[in-house]
Design a protein around this ligand. Sequence first.
Ligand SMILES: *Cc1c(COP(=O)(O)O)cnc(C)c1O
Length: 430
Amino acid sequence: MDLAFDRQHIWHPYTSTLSPLTCYPVKKAQGVLIELNDGQQLIDGMSSWWSAIHGYNHHVLNQAAKQQIDQMSHVMFGGLTHSPAIELSKKLLALVPDNLEHVFLADSGSVAVEVSLKMALQYWQAKGEPRSRFLALKQGYHGDTFGAMSVTDPDNSMHSLYKGFLPQHIFANSPQIGFWQTWDEADLTDFKQKLLDNHRQIAAVILEPIVQGAGGMRIYHPEFLKGVRQLCDEYGVLLILDEIATGFGRTGQLFACEHAGIKPDIMCLGKALTGGYMTLAATLTTKQIADTVCGGEAGCFMHGPTFMGNPLACAVACASLDLLATGSWQAQTAAIESQFADLLPQLTRHQQVKTVRWLGAIGVVETHHPVNMKEIQAHFVAQGVWIRPFGRLIYLMPPYISTPLHINQLIAAIDSALDNHQLFHSAIEV
Ligand SMILES: *Cc1c(COP(=O)(O)O)cnc(C)c1O
C-alpha cells in the first residue's frame, strides 16, 4: 500500500498537509476485528464512529448489497421510486415514535441536519410567521456543513474560523446532571430563560438526546430532555432530535428519546442506519409539519440530492434493520453496559482519570490532560485494539456483537495507557 502517497496527497478527517500523520493501513475487517496490512488484528472499540453495530463483513448485509447491485445500484429519486426505499421507510416508521409519518432520505448525517433545519424554517414561513433562529446546546455537535456547524457549540468548535458567514443562533448551557445522578430542576434554568427571552424568533430547538457525542461525550439526565419537550410545547417551538449517533440501540434503547418517553417533531438518523456499510441518513417528521411545509408559498420541500434514496444503501439499511428486529441488540448492549459499570469505575484509581461514565454500549474515560494522539494511537495498536480518543476523552462504542473478552481487552488497553505519562500532554503544554 502506497502510504507515502496517502500522506502526501490524501486528506483524512481534520488533518494537516504540513504535518501529516501516517495512517494505519487496513486490509480487511471481519466481525469486531480490523486487520492491518501486516496481518495484525485489532479489536475495534469505535464501530467506525458509531456505525458498524453488527460488526464488519456481515454475511446478511453482504448478501443484501450483492442482491441489490445485480438489480441496480442507483436510479434518480425524482419521479422514480423503488422497493428498497419503500421497504426501508416502512421499517423506519414502524420503529420511530408513532407521531412521525414522513421520511426524507438524505446522504449523510450533516445533510439530514441541514434538511431538518430547512424543514423548520419552511414550516414557519408557510405559517406566515417566519422565524430564523435555532436554540441549541453548548457542547452539542451536529455535523460539519454550514447549517450544522451553526448549531454546533460555538466555543469548542470551528465557529470563530467562519465568523461572519455562520448565522448566529442561541445556545443554552449544556446539561450538568449525569444520567445516573439525582435530578435537579435547576439544570433547566438557562434553557428555560433562553426560550422565554427568544421564543418568538426560534423556529426550533435542536439537540442530541441523552448523549452529547463529538462535543464532549456527555451523558445527561432524561428529565432534562423531558423538560425540553414540555417547554417546547409550552412556547410553541418545534423540537428537532439529532439521533444520528444515539439511534439504533447504542444507548440501550432503540432511540435515546425513549429514555425520556418523549417524541420529537423532527428526527435525524444516520451513522448506524446501514450498519456501517455506506452513507445514508434520514430526516423524519409529522404529517402536520410536512403538510404545512408543502402548503406554503414554495408548494414543496426545497431539497433533493442527486443520490437521494440510493437503492444500494437502502437495501443494506433494510437488512441492518432486520438484524435489529431479532432483538439481540438489547441483551448485547445491556451486557456491554454492565461490563462498563463493573470495570470503568476501577480506572478512577489512576491519577490521570478525572471521571468515567457509561450508558448502553458507550463507555467514556475523561482524563485530566489531553492525549498525545500519535503516541496513544501507537500504544493502542501495540495492545491490539483500535481506540481513537480526542482531547481529554478516551471512549468506547464497540460493535454490539463484542464478547465480554473483547470488552475486557479494550478496557485493559485503556488501563495500561493511563499510567504512561508520555501518552498525555502535560498541563503546561496545553
Ligand atoms: C456524526 C454526527 C453528525 C454528522 O453526520 P455525518 O454523517 O458525519 O455528516 C451529526 N450529528 C451527530 C449527533 C453526529 O454524531
